[in-house]
Design a protein around this ligand. Sequence first.
Ligand code: ADE
Length: 292
Amino acid sequence: MNFHVLTLFPDMIIQGLNTSITGRSIENGTISLNAVNIRDYTLNKHKKVDDYPYGGGAGMLMQAQPVYDAYRAVTQEIATRKQKECVHGTDVQHTTQMLQVKPRVIYLTPQGQVFKQSMAKELALEEDLIFLCGHYEGVDERVLEEIVTDYISIGDYVLTGGELPAMVLMDAISRMVPGVLGNQESGDSESHSNYLLEYPQYSRPEEWMGKKVPEVLLSGDHAKVDEWRLEQSLQRTKELRPDLYEKWASENEEYFIKKAKKEERKRRNELRKQKRLKDAVKIAQETKNTEK
Ligand code: ADE
């Protein structure tokens, strides 16, 4: 995965992602980060990248020219890299297709589609992603029309720029790139990827401040542990995110059918047990009476 970020604050992006898991992945080459300073592409002799909006209004707008030229520089770089990759390839048709691919350009804006896990998964399949971070009061509409493929928001609030949202997206997308997490399992089994919130987790010691780790987790019975975890996830999701619970429930009807059948079996077994007990008492009583 190659991330390219068009921004007025490249240091913010580099510092934000160069630590922890994303930092390690950049270092070992699983992902790459190319933070491009839009200001480097302005043709204005004073290095200006913004101007007043036509028609008036508050604040300044990022101008089309530096944004577009920064974008062109990045797409050119991608094309050159792909060309080099293709030199080693033999499939001419595939080569031509690859060179024609236009990378997706994500503009971070509160007006966009609200970001969610399924989008992170889908975007992680791309080879290159370009993020455009706006500042001031926004970006000239004409360049957005020209280059942007996806408009994405990270929530219903307004930030001062697109850098933090871009970092949020890159972090979430990175986790879905094979090899970024130590164990690929954990990226997929976690919250939201199947609509359910995480079950509670415990580590050593077995007792802390009088609170004990649930017995089932110490049992070594993996099937029981899995069952308990799923139940916990369901309980939490139902309570905290009923919207997600409903989605999960509608896609997992068989779980509730199986559960109902299991409970019915348990109830019948219990009834049988009680009947056997009753019969045994009755026989014992009768035996006692005949002995008298
Ligand atoms: N830019 C400013 N606020 C934003 C938000 N909430 N999401 C994405 N981009 C933004």
